[in-house]
Write a protein of this length. Structure first.
Length: 165
């Protein structure tokens, strides 16, 4: 018969049911549900399982293949894709944090860009530098506030000297 699953499930029904009740993640529960249905002969085809779960039949087929290859442990193993590695390594981030805490500091994000280029041989976009410094590292650039041209010299020092909290 075409579409009928030929798989030998070694775990007993009770074990599958207990695992099914303990499962916290949805995908884990669905995978165990497939095994339980096949063990109890509730469903006999991959297409029917896929319809009941609302998954594609190739997804169910992939789950069953991983069960055949490594058993329950392989089926429930969480496969995490590595993704692209970060441009700024932990070491570079630590060095950048130390530079940001320095009283001299940086005056602009472009200056941070130049520092990364010269010290770390790293070409980083302005946007990336801005996001890292401003939002992830919570760094503030050491830029003085603009001063009016009309302001007389010594007025600020006089104010600070006479100001009482």
């Amino acid at each position: 018969m075409s579409g009928v699953v030929k798989i030998d499930i070694v775990e007993p029904e009770e074990t599958l049911k207990a695992l099914l009740l303990k499962a916290e993640k949805v995908e884990e529960r669905e995978k165990l549900q497939v095994l339980y249905w096949l063990k109890t002969k509730t469903v006999d085809s991959v297409s029917a399982i896929a319809v009941f779960l609302g998954r594609h039949r190739t997804t169910v087929q992939r789950w069953l293949t991983s069960y055949r290859q490594g058993g329950l442990e392989e089926l429930l193993r969480e496969k995490k894709s590595p993704g692209r590695p970060r441009l700024l390594t932990d070491e570079i981030v630590e060095r950048l944090e130390a530079e940001l805490k320095d009283p001299e500091g940086f005056e602009s994000y472009q200056e941070v860009q130049k520092w990364l280029s010269s010290c770390c041989d790293l070409q980083v976009s302005y946007r990336t530098v801005h996001q890292w410094v401003r939002y992830r590292l919570q760094g503030k650039l050491k830029v003085p506030r603009p001063v009016s041209i009309k302001q007389k010299e010594g007025v600020v020092e006089e104010f600070k000297k006479n100001y009482h909290h």
